[in-house]
Design a protein around this ligand. Structure first.
Ligand code: PGA
Length: 250
């Protein structure tokens, strides 16, 4: 049985002081869950978040990294910088990075390999735009993104990759994919992984849904056969609301 993995993606929100306050409140609220709880915070908040979650079940992730270990890349952060301070997860290929910062399938693939080489656990985002959905090319878009992201990885590493299916039109819009549509898209991604890496590997991969997940829809989404939790943006910014999503099964 795959476990449920519920990750908050704070995007560009919260200062270190706000991070401290958030974790102080969240830790008791999620202490009794069996689900994996992750908060992906801005770089500047990582050290605080890691320190504050030390004796808790909350894991900490970054939202991006560079694929090079060091060099003349002003403003960038490398994988070994993240791991040295104890970062466990990293989001790669979020649609906002693809849209605003030239992230491509190739750089996502490079970053994924470097993340693993450095012992980080990647959460790779894939998903179609509204236009692509309307044009009927969703399946092609999400299978291509998945295939190119995972290209060259061993089965063992594919099994350790968390994938987040995030239809772009559902991100931050309040529009959620229907449970069936989200589940079908995730099944399509799993089938693509099965075609390349075999069924046994595909069945082990955690595939989350993301896009306007909130406490009022988390249960119905996460109870679908192929949805293994969620990547949560806006609704992860408030401890009470985020904890209700984490505890959807209580
Ligand atoms: P949202 O964002 O929950 O605010 O729609 C999700 C995401 O972009 O990861």
């Amino acid at each position: 049985m795959r476990r449920k993995v519920i990750a908050g993606n704070w995007k560009m929100n919260k200062t270190p002081n706000e991070t401290k306050k958030f974790i102080e409140e969240l830790k008791a609220l999620v202490a009794n869950t069996e689900n994996e709880v992750i908060i992906c915070v801005p770089f500047i908040d990582l050290a605080t978040a890691i320190e504050m979650t030390k004796d808790t079940n909350i894991k900490v992730g970054a939202q991006n990294m560079h694929f090079k270990a060091n060099g003349a890349y002003t403003g960038e952060i490398s994988a070994n910088m993240l791991t040295e301070i104890g970062t466990e997860y990293v989001i790669l290929g979020h649609s906002e990075r693809r849209q605003y910062y030239n992230e491509t399938d190739e750089t996502v693939n490079l970053k994924l390999k470097v993340a693993f080489e450095n012992g980080l656990k990647p959460i790779v985002c894939v998903g179609e735009s509204l236009k692509q959905r309307e044009d009927g090319v969703t399946k092609n878009v999400i299978t291509t993104q998945t295939r190119l992201a995972l290209d060259g990885l061993t089965n063992e590493l594919v099994e350790k990759t968390v994938i987040a299916y995030e239809p772009i039109w559902a991100i931050g819009t309040g529009k959620t994919a229907s449970n069936e549509d989200a589940n079908d898209a995730i099944k399509t991604i799993r089938e693509e992984i099965a075609n390349i890496y075999g069924n046994e590997t595909a069945e082990k991969v955690i595939i989350q849904y993301g896009g306007s997940v909130k406490s009022s829809n988390a249960k119905e989404l996460f109870e679908m056969s192929d949805i293994d939790g969620g990547l949560v943006g806006g609704a992860s910014l408030e401890p009470q609301e985020f904890s209700k999503i984490v505890n959807y099964d209580k």
